[in-house]
Design a protein around this ligand. Sequence first.
Ligand code: BTN
Length: 291
Amino acid sequence: MVVHRMIPDFRRTAALNSLRELGWFSHLEWYEEIDSTNRSLHRRIKDGSIALPALIVTDVQTQGAGRGGNRWFSPPGCLMFSVGFSSRDLLLQGGASLASLPLQVGLSVAQAIAPLVRSQPMVKWPNDVYIEDRKVCGILMETSYGNAGIGDDFVIVGIGINCHVRFDAANDEVRRNAVSLHEVVRTSGEVSSALESVVPESVLLRFLQVFRENLVRFQEDPESFMQAWRTHDWLAERWVSVQQPHREVIGRVVGIDRTGGLCLIDSLGIVHTILSGTVRLIPTDAGVNHH
Ligand code: BTN
């Protein structure tokens, strides 16, 4: 049986050095265990005890938060971190629009892990990342608007990536739907070096490099964002149902618009642009009129 340990000290120290060398974060912390990196970052920003941009990483979460009030399965081997930006940081980073930022984060995860795995990672709008139709990464973004003007606004980007996770202790849904990078790693030479490429700290550094470049590139060249999205769009041409607080929209996905809205065409040919909602695939034999 494989025993999953916390990241050993020497690896964490090396990772922290590499993170410092990036020169991006004014504040960096790496815990062995914490309730939730999103919550912790939120508390620290609110009490004014840290400078932004900030990064908090942990080996384990006791109350990992998912979207829609769900819990995030957070054992050792899952890379879990939160990045906090002020609106000003984002402007300095190229000015990513808040509307498409969630999509840019998911896309950056997909691009960062693509060279490490045997199949193309795909993004399920707005930002879940899937490999071979199972979820490998979840993203929880929280924005806060202060009262004292733009300088008070901040965004927390919380990311969980299953790097070397065993799902035995997870609930049924996670066991059915989740995948870990080590299960789908690309092996051309030695298996051990392939597995090393997907350890949490390597995946974290790859992601941060790709994300940082994308913040600038996608802003300067919005078409490159649209192009990259099309390459990783898991929902393209699929029939979906989108649950919103007061309605359900059913349609075929035709892509996204420039602000990151999901575009669907319903069975009457009407185009709907979705800004938020829970998207579910409709099995093709569900009797929906597709014409
Ligand atoms: C989802 O429901 O898909 C989003 C999951 C987000 C999980 C990450 S793990 C790091 C960060 N801290 C949290 O408590 N949640 C996010």
